[in-house]
Design a protein around this ligand. Structure first.
Ligand code: IMP
Length: 429
């Protein structure tokens, strides 16, 4: 038995959905440990497409336990409506198959509205958030005024919690020129969230038990390492830790329970939202990648920015997140280019750097140093073995491994689950 943590090694949208689905077939418990419904995972199973934001990818498979861990921020309405959408496709979701951490903090309308008010007031400094209230909900968690799922159980203290929450939010709302919000509105929202209590549990115990019974656990990360609140391109990041280590704190298991950390890595780079992107190709090359890779956000529908593979950044993700294997995705999007570029270092003020500097101004100003490698003409789409890949494509993959310092454990060559080259079983201990 084993555990695998799946994280994105870039700015999210690395194709985690397919890999997580592939792995979830082999796992018995699937756990979300950070983020919220800002994530977007698309799964295609037997020709049916599922778009999940908050539910762990295991929910669409029978006989799996899906866990929403304490490190997530949970929008009750988003969860209830996602459950309905998935049920409408014939998937059974019950309190036996879905477990929600009783101590998970809730996202309420005040969080969504504050996210949007603040973005609108930020002008050129806007982060380009998904507008779902993720940041404000994490702020309230850290500020010790969040309302957590288990708080719904005690009606007497709930009114006081709402009052405390609104004392903070209404001061901010007035500052932003918005109307204060009434306690009754929040009380109503919380009332509507009650059905979620049926799924509430001490999920850390469920995970402990699963480990004891020798079950495979898959920890499903959202976003990517460069959106990590500490290690990412701050402040253009999300508000949670997205690196592998968070799987432990965000679900209530010890770090030694995590097993392997698999970094999902796109064969080029994309980013949605604002912020530095050294290898961005705001030109015909980026357009071509975007078209071939269907690079539109699952959650917001925004067009993703596209650029060359940045080995410096992915190496940094390997280092900060303890990634010990890569799942390389979307190699087929690079088919047909005469030559490809890989960023191997940065230049800043006449100096060569082998890492992304921590300060935002330098991150904006670094110039990529590229190595140019041969492209390939033959299609790699749908390849299921190394032998089916053109020699130049194999060379590209090998070079990526060498530059980022982690081996490729899986290679994905189309959105279909079967089009996967397995090098190394990630559940191997
Ligand atoms: P937030 O998570 O909504 O606060 O957004 C902060 C930043 O993270 C923005 O640049 C978003 O575009 C980005 N972001 C959040 N979730 C995802 C995701 O699942 N994929 C890619 N980018 C994301």
């Amino acid at each position: 038995m084993g555990s695998v943590v799946v994280v994105g090694s870039q700015w999210g949208d690395e194709g985690k959905g397919k890999i997580v689905d592939w792995l979830s077939e082999r796992a018995e418990v699937i756990v979300r440990f950070q983020g919220g419904h800002n994530a977007g995972h698309t799964l295609v199973i037997d020709g049916v497409t599922y778009k999940l934001s908050l539910l762990p990818s295991g929910v669409v498979r029978p006989n799996k336990v899906s866990v929403i861990g304490n490190g997530v921020v949970l929008d009750p309405q988003a969860l209830l409506s996602e459950i309905e959408t998935v049920r409408a496709k014939g998937v059974e979701i019950s309190p036996k198959t879905l477990k929600v951490a009783e101590n998970v903090p809730l996202i309420l309308s005040v969080h969504r509205e504050l996210d949007q008010l603040r973005e609108a007031a930020s002008g050129a400094g806007a982060i380009g958030t998904t507008g779902r209230g993720i940041g404000p909900a994490y702020e309230d968690k850290v500020g010790r005024r969040a309302i957590r799922l288990s708080d719904l159980l005690d009606e007497a203290s709930l009114a006081l919690r709402i009052e405390r929450l609104l004392a903070h939010h209404n001061a901010l709302r007035v500052g932003f020129g918005a109307e204060p919000i009434a306690a009754a509105t929040i009380a109503e929202e919380l009332e509507a969230a009650r059905p979620i209590l049926a799924y509430a549990d001490a999920t850390y115990r469920i995970l402990r038990e699963a480990r004891r019974e020798g079950r495979n656990i898959l920890f499903e990360g959202a976003q990517g390492s460069m959106l990590d609140i500490d290690h990412g391109t701050y402040p253009f990041v999300t508000s949670s830790n997205t690196v592998g280590g968070q799987a432990a704190a965000g679900s209530g298991v010890g770090p030694s329970s995590l097993g392997r950390i698999l970094g999902i890595t796109k064969a080029y780079t994309t980013r949605v939202g604002n912020g530095p992107f050294p290898t961005e190709q705001a030109n015909a090359i980026g357009e071509r990648m975007g078209e071939r890779g269907a690079e539109f956000g699952t959650v917001t529908g925004r067009k993703r920015r596209c650029g060359w593979f940045d080995a410096v950044m992915v190496r940094q993700a390997v280092e900060t997140g303890g990634i010990d294997g890569l799942a390389l995705t979307k190699l087929d999007v690079l088919d047909g280019f005469d030559e490809l570029k890989i960023c191997v270092a940065y230049r800043l003020n006449g100096e060569t750097l082998d890492r992304l500097p921590a300060d935002g101004a330098s991150q904006m100003n670094v110039e990529p140093v590229y190595e140019t490698v041969s492209g390939w003409k033959r299609s790699t789409r749908g390849a299921r073995s190394w032998g089916e890949l053109p020699a130049e494509a194999v060379k590209y993959v090998r070079h990526v491994e060498e530059l980022v310092g982690a081996p490729v454990a899986m290679l994905s060559t189309s959105p279909e689950r079967i089009d996967t080259i397995l090098v190394d079983d990630p559940f191997r201990i």
